[in-house]
Unconditional design. Structure first.
Length: 226
């Protein structure tokens, strides 16, 4: 006579894995037995399970989850779960692209970005848009990215960040012009630029604004031309 004894697992299953891509779980030890714990098994007595994860190149650990909740966040490769009999759990580790520094500035103008402040970080693979705005008297010339001139952009640059990145916008002055003004008849004329007195014969850049004010010397004077 052959006697076959079949054992049945006690309690709820404990499963584990990687949420997404970017690495793997390399070790899971049942601290009570010292043996490897296999996903889907159960425990017969309370114990702790020690997990170790390894990120792929260009990734880091973002967080450890238990039943969908973040239990441990940050780039920490080990995680310990206290397992109780009859309480199943689904344990996941999530990886994310490593962050990169982004610095940007303008010469005779400013650069802005809605995705990151200058000096901040974004994770690899993030798309960032830089917008250049010239100071008065200047116009956009070109972007420089990590020391390399980019002549394809026209004031807006969108790129995917895959390394520490420094973006500089260069601006060039508009062609200057001499402004001459005078009166015809009785009266006076004055001019301002940016709220300051502007004198006849001074130079201005192509995008600057000059405000002229004409004043008659007597009531019957007519403003003819300026």
């Amino acid at each position: 006579m052959d006697v076959i004894v079949q054992f049945e697992q006690i309690g709820e299953e404990i499963t584990y894995g990687v949420d997404g891509v970017g690495g793997s779980i390399t070790s899971i030890i049942n601290d009570g037995t010292g043996n490897e714990f296999i996903s889907g098994n159960t425990i017969s007595s309370p114990t702790s399970l020690s997990f170790t994860a390894q990120a792929d190149n260009g990734y880091e650990i973002e967080a450890w989850y238990v039943n969908g909740d973040v239990i441990q966040s940050g780039n920490i490769s080990t995680f310990e779960y206290n397992a109780l009999v009859g309480q199943g759990a689904d344990i996941k580790v999530r990886f994310a692209r490593v962050p990169f520094n982004v610095v940007y500035s303008g010469i005779n103008g400013v650069v802005t970005s809605a995705q990151v402040a200058s000096g901040g970080t974004v994770r690899g693979g993030t798309q960032v848009t830089f917008t250049a705005t010239a100071n008065p008297g200047y116009e956009f010339d070109y972007f420089e990215v990590n020391g390399v001139k980019d002549i394809t952009s026209t004031g807006t640059l969108t790129m995917t960040i895959e390394a520490n990145t420094e973006v500089t916008a260069h601006f060039k002055p508009y062609a200057n012009s001499q402004i001459n003004f005078s009166i015809s008849g009785n009266g006076s004329i004055s001019a301002t630029k940016g709220g300051l007195l502007f004198n006849n014969g001074e130079m201005v850049a192509g995008n600057e604004t000059i405000v002229f004010t004409a004043q008659p010397t007597r009531r019957s004077s007519d403003l003819i031309n300026y």
